[in-house]
Design a protein around this ligand. Structure first.
Ligand code: ADP
Length: 481
């Protein structure tokens, strides 16, 4: 492991690398080989409290720092992330399993939030309002919310952290962040670079722990923490929301999705195939905005399947650094079981298996890209997020019918539509109950645009000009003159 200068195995609290008091550690596993990469500090709950305390002290100073100074530090952090892109990508692929090209892309994507919020830090503007009295002047100040508790998932071990930490720091907040147990190394590498960038101690704390339930409790029950920002499953998001009720915390929740991709007869079919494919198989289908259900209108149903299958046959699986690899392993054995259950359930209920359906000959958690046709609303794939390389293709006849089917879920994160009809674009985009709509495009996220879901997919928006507001409170001032 010596070849990585940014590899750290201790937690990062108050600007220092710390072990668990009782010396406990947990293993980080390479999902491609199943082998242990290293052991990482497994903090107890007392150490989490210390991190919160350190963040509180640090935030008091940071909120008084000039915006330009906060921006300068963030900008340096951004530069360092870019300078270290290759090493960060190698660490990411090692612990997460995605192909190295995807990891390089994730580092750039993650860095873009640091750059964006470094710029936005200088544009936090209050307001002067009209008054109801001649001798009153009304104003609004925007102030940092305080200490933020964050919990992030394993599917984007780098970008899900910068998308929270950069706006929090830009706004003048401090953060205590628990990365997923599967992928703590990318988080610790980011902390090392933040330190090198000159971020004052205590503002960005990375607490590694195998006790997600315990850490979640401490973060939500703490009166010091004023906001919890979480990306992960809807189940855990609901739990954190309930736990946060005691202290009436603000919440940002980026939860599960069940993204529909709708291909109409009048679509540019080659483009639709290309875009749905990209959205389906990125990170082996393990992103919350990956297409989960593919709806194709009856006139192009068979042609779509043929073209889509031809592309799927080209997918090469392998370990991250192998030449020409498109898809890595799934993150865990339970992920494999989930896709198997979804395939089995669909086939039992009448779906036809066109491609894949089995574990891949590479073994471990590698799974074949799988294509199902004749899929219907009764099947698990219609209701649950598979989070794996399974493409279930539904047939539909009318626009009304497909809108109803697409909205028939408790989720509402990403959706995709493919049509060349301008009126239909507006009608369908407005009717879809989703936070994001890709129109003739499958890859739509970037730092300029607001990311977030409706319904049980979550609360709040990350990135964009709206992202900073999540970490600011409005204070109204009324002055009698
Ligand atoms: P996934 O199924 O993608 O792993 P989870 O919601 O289980 O989604 O995990 C996302 C993050 O939430 C991880 O950092 C995980 O450790 C954390 N987590 C899991 N369970 C809890 C919990 N009960 N309280 C707080 N955090 C949790």
């Amino acid at each position: 492991m010596e070849k990585f200068s940014l590899l750290r195995t201790k937690s990062y609290i108050n600007g220092e690398y710390v072990d668990a008091k009782n010396g406990a550690t947990f293993a980080v596993i390479n999902p491609a080989s199943g082998k242990e990469i290293c052991q990482v500090a497994d903090l107890g709950l007392e150490e989490i409290q210390q991190a919160i305390e350190a963040a509180k002290q640090a935030q008091y100073l940071w909120k008084h720092e000039l915006p330009k100074q906060r921006a300068t530090v963030l900008r340096r952090w951004f530069d360092l992330v870019l300078e270290n892109q290759e090493e960060l990508a190698q660490i990411l692929s090692l612990e997460q399993g995605k192909p190295i090209a995807e990891s390089r892309g994730e580092i750039l994507y993650g860095a873009s939030f640091i750059e964006w919020f470094a710029e936005e830090a200088k544009r936090i503007c209050g307001d002067v309002l009209p008054s109801d009295k001649n001798n009153h002047r009304l104003m609004v100040l925007k102030q940092p919310i305080g200490v933020v508790g964050a919990i992030t998932p394993w599917n984007f071990p780098h970008a899900m952290i910068t998308r929270k930490a950069a706006p929090a720091l830009a706004a003048g907040c401090a953060i205590v962040l628990k990365p997923a147990q599967e992928t703590p190394l990318s988080a610790l590498a980011l902390a090392e670079l933040a330190q090198q960038a000159g971020l004052p101690k205590g503002l960005f704390n990375i607490v590694t722990s195998s006790d997600a339930v315990g850490v979640g409790r401490v973060l939500t029950e703490s009166a010091v923490i004023r906001k919890v920002s979480f990306t992960g499953s809807t189940r855990v998001g609901k739990l954190l929301m309930a736990q946060s009720a005691h202290t009436v915390k603000k919440l940002a929740l980026e939860l599960g999705g069940n993204a529909p991709a709708i291909v109409f007869d009048d679509a540019d079919l080659d483009n639709a195939v290309e875009a749905v494919f990209a959205s389906k198989f990125r990170n082996s289908g393990q992103t919350c905005i990956c297409t989960n259900r593919i709806y194709v209108q009856s006139g192009v149903y068979n042609t779509f399947l043929e073209k889509f299958a031809a592309k799927m046959e080209q997918i090469k699986l392998g370990a991250a650094n192998e030449q020409g690899v498109d898809m890595g392993p799934l993150i865990s054995e339970s992920a494999v079981q989930k896709i198997q259950t979804h395939i089995q359930d669909a086939v039992q209920k009448g779906a036809t298996l066109l491609l894949g359906g089995e574990r891949h000959h590479l073994g471990g958690t590698f799974f074949q890209p799988t294509l199902l046709k004749d899929v219907n609303e009764e099947m698990k794939v219609a209701k649950e997020e598979t989070f794996a390389p399974l493409a279930p293709v539904f047939k539909f006849d009318t626009e009304e019918q497909v809108i109803q089917m697409a909205n028939n879920t408790e989720f509402g994160l990403a959706s995709y539509i493919f049509t060349q009809n301008i009126s239909r674009i507006w009608r369908v985009a407005e009717a879809l109950e989703y936070g994001l709509v890709g129109i003739n495009e499958g890859l739509i996220t970037n730092e300029f645009a607001p990311f977030g879901g409706v319904k049980e997919s979550g609360l709040g928006r990350e990135g964009s000009k709206y992202g900073l507001d999540e970490f600011l409170e409005l204070k109204y001032l009324c002055v009698k003159i």
